[in-house]
Design a protein around this ligand. Structure first.
Ligand SMILES: Cc1cc2nc3c(=O)[nH]c(=O)nc-3n(C[C@H](O)[C@H](O)[C@H](O)COP(=O)(O)O)c2cc1C
Length: 253
């Protein structure tokens, strides 16, 4: 089994590890000229962004050549994944891939404009992440089929959020609005954690480019919490408790 994953604050890496098999980082795969993956089971694990898929996942699904008898898609999110699974199904159909199993895991919502990470962590026991993962792991082990049905209601929601919600929450220029305060020690961790290679750190400056994934890897992994958004609910930052900073850097560098 092979799992291709994308992570900023560690939830997806943890889920990928729990499911098991060979883990491949999507940001690293995307730097290859050709992506060819063949295995008895192949899955993608990525976060929900603005009720959509991350930009890089959309590009990955266009670029990768995946051959498998059992293709699955797992989304991690704070509060809902069904509509984004619809986008995964459409992207799979466009490639002629048979998406046999789609599911999602409710975890900490790392969207800083709306959520306080400390409160989100306090809510975690109620989400029973381990219980959700036990079920998904057993389903995948058994090669269970759970197809995404593109009903008219789901398609209507996909179109609505795509038009009204997504453009406000995710666009590739968003990092141009991030600020860096005087606590910055120019350690370069933000640049190493960025999956899009969108950050350059010099002795005196942190420079953001125009290919931001809006994943917040830079914000969540900064050891000084020095990178700030124009609007954020609280100072707290988050990294999944099972995942280290080094894991994130290894995945995204
Ligand atoms: C820009 C952005 C938008 C998000 N939008 C949603 C959303 O629409 N619905 C949701 O349930 N979670 C949303 N989230 C939360 C993430 O999907 C969730 O925290 C995910 O588990 C993070 O994965 P990671 O830790 O592997 O990076 C969003 C997070 C970010 C950064």
């Amino acid at each position: 089994m092979t799992i291709c994953y994308f992570t900023a604050s560690g939830n997806c890496l943890y889920v990928a590890r729990r499911i098991g098999g060979t883990l491949l980082s999507i940001p690293q795969l995307m730097r290859q000229e050709k992506i060819e993956i063949e295995d008895d089971a192949v899955g993608i694990v990525c976060p929900v962004y603005a009720v959509e898929l991350p930009f890089m996942i959309v590009d990955f699904m266009k670029k990768a050549d995946i051959k498998t008898d059992y293709f699955f898609f797992i989304l991690t999110c704070g509060y809902g994944y069904e509509v984004s699974l619809g986008h995964a199904e459409v992207a799979a159909q466009e490639r002629g891939w048979d998406l046999k199993y789609g599911n999602g895991v409710l975890m900490v919502d790392n969207y800083l404009p709306i959520f306080d990470m400390d409160e989100e962590i306090r809510k975690l026991p109620g989400k029973d992440v381990e219980g959700q993962l036990d079920k998904i792991c057993a389903d995948i082990q058994a090669r269970k089929e759970q197809r995404v049905k593109l009903t008219p209601a789901l398609k209507a929601q996909m179109a609505l959020y795509h038009k009204t919600h997504a453009p406000k929450v995710i666009n590739k220029n968003m990092a141009l609005d991030y600020t860096v305060n005087e606590d910055c020690i120019h350690c370069g961790i933000c640049a190493k954690a960025c999956p899009a290679n969108n950050i350059t750190v010099t002795e005196s400056k942190v420079i953001f480019g125009k290919c931001c994934e809006v994943c917040y890897a830079c914000l969540h992994n900064c050891p000084k919490k020095a990178i700030r958004l124009p609007l954020e609910k609280a100072d707290a930052r988050f990294r999944n408790e099972h995942i280290t900073l080094n894991d994130i850097i290894k995945a995204n560098q």
